[in-house]
Ligand binder design. Structure first.
Ligand code: MN
Length: 214
C-alpha cells in the first residue's frame, strides 16, 4: 500500500543537465537561497498533492524536507499555514521531514516551532535517523510521528552484523515510543525481507519505486 511520497528537488540545467541536490543544496544553504527554494518546494508539493486529491488518487501523505535554516531564519510556521490555506490541502496530508542532526543540535530552540507545526495538524518526521547524535531524552519529548532510518544503515544490513543490531534497536525503540518507522534507500529484496521480518513496515527506495516527475 502506498503510504506517502517524498518531494525531492532536482535542477534541470540547460547545459549541465540534471543536477542532483547534493551539488546545489549545500550552496543554497550557505547563500540563504534555501529559503526561497524551500518555499517553492513546499508550495509545489502541496499543489501537486491537492491535484492528486482532486483526481481521487490515494497517495498517503506528501513529505517535504525542511532545512534547519528555514526553522532558524524563516517563519516556517507561518509559511506552512499560508501554503496549506492557499492550496486547500488538509494538514494531515502533509508531513515535514527535519534532519536528526538539526533537531538534536537545536532541540530546545526548535521545540516551540515543532509544537506550533504539530498544532497546524501536519505530521513530523525525523530524517536521516542514526547519522546524528540522538538524545533519547529529546526523542521522548519532541512532538514527532515518524523516524526515517538513514539509507547508510539500510545498505549495510546485509554485510555488517553490528548494523543489524543498530537497525533492530531503532525499530524496537521507535515502536515502543509509538513512532512509525520508514527505511530509506531500500534497493533490493534482501534488505526488504530483512527489515520486514524485524517489524519495519514502511519502505522507500529504488526497489519500491524510482523517483518520478509527478
Ligand atoms: Mn528526506
Amino acid at each position: 500500500k502506498l503510504t506517502g511520497a517524498e518531494a525531492l528537488v532536482r535542477w534541470q540545467h540547460p547545459e549541465m543537465g540534471l543536477v542532483p541536490p547534493d551539488s546545489f543544496i549545500p550552496l543554497a544553504e550557505e547563500t540563504g537561497l534555501i529559503l526561497p527554494i524551500g518555499e517553492w518546494v513546499l508550495r509545489t508539493a502541496c499543489n501537486q498533492a491537492r491535484k492528486w486529491l482532486d483526481s481521487g488518487r490515494q497517495f498517503g501523505v506528501v513529505a517535504v524536507n525542511i532545512s534547519g535554516n528555514q526553522i532558524e531564519r524563516g517563519d516556517i510556521v507561518e509559511l506552512v499555514r499560508q501554503v496549506l490555506w492557499e492550496t486547500h490541502l488538509p494538514a494531515h496530508l502533509l508531513e515535514l521531514e527535519i534532519t536528526e542532526s538539526f533537531i538534536m543540535k537545536h532541540a530546545n530552540e526548535a521545540l516551540d516551532t515543532l509544537l506550533a507545526l504539530r498544532n497546524l495538524g501536519v505530521s513530523l518526521a525525523i530524517d536521516d535517523f542514526g547519522t546524528g547524535y540522538s538524545s533519547l531524552a529529546y526523542l521522548k519529548r519532541l512532538p514527532l510521528d515518524e523516524i526515517k532510518i538513514d539509507r547508510s544503515f539500510v545498505n549495510d544490513i546485509i554485510k555488517d552484523p553490528e548494523t543489524v543490531s543498530i537497525v533492530e534497536a531503532i525499530i524496537t525503540m521507535a515502536s515502543k515510543l509509538g513512532l512509525s518507522v520508514v527505511a530509506e534507500g531500500v534497493e533490493n529484496s534482501r534488505e526488504f525481507d530483512f527489515l520486514r521480518k524485524r517489524g519495519c513496515h514502511c519502505f522507500q527506495g529504488y526497489m519500491i519505486c524510482k523517483p518520478m516527475s509527478d
